[in-house]
Design a protein around this ligand. Structure first.
Ligand code: SF4
Length: 195
């Protein structure tokens, strides 16, 4: 199989699941920056340390660079929404949806022979999926993740420069268009490393 054989199918899958934009780029185009990880701790994210998906429990920029060594491409997904959604009660639902979308594409990629594929999204899985639980099942030592097919690690903890990646895809990072209700538009993004 040529390494790009199933790329169209994976892009179409992401679009059919609800992505606004999808692109596949060389994994070498991803910029990873130590400084971005510091924003998880300062100012401290309320979800810092609450799941294995976020610092200090993730391998950070060095670990991410290692992942890039044997993954050739990255599928980038963007969902454009009215800005007000990100500051409303719908935010959690949107971010959980983003996790589920990239997780589904990752599992499809693995099924299609890209066995090292690995998805990442934004936001803490503790906040998005286990907010009603006292603690993460894994960190609490009670067993496996409650949401293995839905929750993925957060890009922030690995220092992925998402804005740069969005520009690499040729998408505007500042969206000025307004929806019919006169709301400015914003976006959230996730990635699937393919390899
Ligand atoms: S059980 Fe899974 S989804 Fe829940 S916080 Fe832990 S790692 Fe995240």
């Amino acid at each position: 199989m040529d390494e790009t054989t199933h790329f169209d199918e994976l892009e179409q899958l992401a679009m059919s699941l609800g992505a606004t934009n999808v692109a596949i780029r060389s994994a070498a185009e991803i910029q990873v920056e130590e400084e971005l990880v510091s924003f998880c701790k300062n100012p401290r994210c309320p979800n810092y340390g609450l799941s294995p998906s976020c610092p200090p429990h993730v391998s950070g920029p060095d670990g991410f660079r290692k992942l890039l060594e044997d993954r050739s491409h990255v599928l980038v997904v963007r969902i454009v929404v009215p800005s007000s959604v990100l500051f409303s009660g719908e935010r959690r639902e949107l971010m959980a949806f983003l996790h589920e979308l990239v997780a589904t594409v990752e599992l499809a990629a693995i099924e299609n022979g890209y066995t090292k594929s690995k998805a990442f999204a934004g936001g803490s899985c503790k906040d998005l999926f286990c907010f009603a639980d006292d603690d993460c099942n894994v960190l609490g030592g009670k067993g496996d993740c409650r949401n293995p097919d839905r929750a993925r690690q957060s890009m922030s903890g690995f220092g992925v420069n998402v804005s740069h990646l969005i520009k690499t895809c040729g998408w505007e990072s500042n969206i000025k268009i307004k929806d019919p209700s006169d709301d400015l538009m914003n976006w959230v993004a996730g990635i699937v490393l393919l390899g």
